[in-house]
Design a protein around this ligand. Structure first.
Ligand code: 5GP
Length: 126
């Protein structure tokens, strides 16, 4: 089990395969802590995924288990990507799905970076 009751990290998940270079991606940023690439099915004009390089299933898993340097490095990368994508003036939205209620599909922690248009309501009401 990961720290949150999700299944343990599966090294065959699609983002692990992208990290290992087994599957191509449209990379926008890479550093010691993070890799960022365009989502294959973009929901907004800019839709980039930022993932940590470590093997973390979810947001909860990452924040409970990763070292402070890894956490800081990851979030600095998120900010750098948003800036490099030209989203600081118009604004942007960060989103991380965690677990079944949020509909997390890929079991490697990732942050969605959305921008490039007015994004509307934060989440459907109800
Ligand atoms: P989740 O629902 O887990 O928060 O989001 C997973 C995201 O990964 C989805 O937006 C989906 O389009 C994206 N995705 C799934 N497989 C691939 C892939 O092979 N390449 C890329 N670039 N994105 C993917």
């Amino acid at each position: 089990m990961s720290v949150t009751g999700l299944p343990p990290y599966d090294p065959a998940n699609v983002f692990a395969r992208i990290l290992r270079g087994e599957i191509p991606c449209r990379k926008v940023h890479e550093d010691e802590w993070a890799l960022a690439f365009h989502d294959i099915n973009p929901l907004t004009p800019t839709h980039v995924l930022v993932i940590p390089k470590g093997e973390w299933v979810s947001a909860a898993d990452f924040h409970a288990g990763a070292g402070t340097e890894a956490i800081a490095g990851f979030w600095r990368a998120v900010g750098a990507v948003a800036k490099a994508q030209g989203l600081e003036e118009g604004g942007y939205r960060l989103l991380a799905n965690m677990g079944p209620d949020a509909g997390q599909e890929v079991p490697h922690f990732h942050v969605h970076l959305f921008g490039g248009r007015r994004l509307g309501a934060m989440v459907p009401r109800g």
